[in-house]
Design a protein around this ligand. Structure first.
Ligand SMILES: [Zn+2]
Length: 311
């Protein structure tokens, strides 16, 4: 009897932590993935999972690929979104929050890593190396729904958007996409590149955490894959850098979610773990490229992170 009681005490915390399990399936370019980079990806994913609570255990599957190319892309990740009218969750986001798998046996997300660059996969990042775990956390958060379907010139007819887009507002808090018609208001085209004060995230939890509308990255000219779907790198600088800034440089980077980013996750429908509610912040720079491929009523969103230009 005594043995059984002790066993329970051990098992309960283990079960709670296992609310979100990641199943990374290594495909093309699997030869680039070492045991240490695989372990770092797992570690980053589990760090994110620890911020969240799920109502029932869920396993997220990701197709993981690797390559080596001398370009500015560090890594990319993606998750699909329905093209039904409205503000839609990514497949990964919906599965975490509801347990519903909207794309069946297809992987819930994809990760593609560029091993051309120098990666440091442990917790002591050497000079000249990119922080693998930080970049992985950033990319996974895009797959979790920290992304936008707003393009450089949103069409007059597009009516499907990300859940994130539901909270994209101007400096006065007015929505850029109508909550009734789901149409982009073209009077905000100037804001896309920083005009009229640019664009902000106006979700109530994020606003409460920040103390106002949260500035989004809206550089001029428009930067595909960076604009709108990141925190404003020109605003969150120095000690205020955030994980979801648009670009990352070498050296130690941000591996924690700020109160703002946690608020955004709440606005996106996530339940935060109790420990997250008092969590502090810090970030990193990155850039991602978004490309859309429509197939069978589902948009595949790919987010690419780029290295910060060397100065
Ligand atoms: Zn990004």
């Amino acid at each position: 009897m005594r043995f059984n009681v002790l066993l329970l005490l051990v098992l309960i915390p283990l079960a709670a932590r296992a609310g979100i399990v990641f199943d990374f399936q290594y495909g093309a370019g699997a030869n680039y993935w070492t045991d240490s980079s695989k372990a770092a990806l797992n570690s980053a994913a589990n760090t994110l999972a620890d911020y969240l609570i799920v109502s029932s255990p869920v396993t997220l599957t990701f197709d993981v690929t690797g390559y080596s190319s001398n370009d500015g892309t560090l890594a990319s990740a993606g998750s699909s979104i329905s093209t039904a009218s409205g503000f839609n969750k990514t497949t990964a986001q919906r599965k975490i929050q509801t347990g519903i798998d909207q794309n069946g046996t297809t992987a819930d997300g994809t990760i593609n890593w560029n091993f051309y660059h120098n990666w440091d996969t442990d917790d002591s990042i050497s000079a000249g190396y990119y922080d693998f775990k930080a970049v992985a956390m950033h990319e996974l958060l895009h797959a979790f729904g920290f992304l936008s379907l707003i393009s450089s010139a949103p069409s007059h007819t597009q009516t499907y958007w990300s859940a994130f887009d539901d909270f994209v507002v101007d400096s006065n808090g007015n929505a850029a996409v109508s909550n009734g018609t789901y149409l982009w208001d073209t009077s905000y085209n100037t804001n896309l590149t920083g005009g009229n004060g640019g664009l902000y995230f106006g979700g109530p939890n994020a606003v409460a955490a920040f103390g106002g509308l949260v500035p989004l990255y809206t550089p001029s000219p428009w930067s595909s894959g960076s604009s709108v779907a990141h925190l404003d790198t020109t605003y969150f600088t120095g000690a205020n850098k955030k994980l979801m800034n648009h670009a990352v440089s070498t050296g130690p980077s941000i591996r924690t979610l700020s109160a703002i980013e946690l608020g955004i996750l709440q606005d996106l429908g996530y339940m935060l773990a109790e420990s997250s509610l008092v969590s502090a912040s810090v970030p990193e720079p990155s850039t991602w490229l978004m490309s859309l491929v429509t197939a069978g009523g589902i948009v595949v969103v790919l987010l690419r992170r780029r290295r910060l230009a060397k100065k």
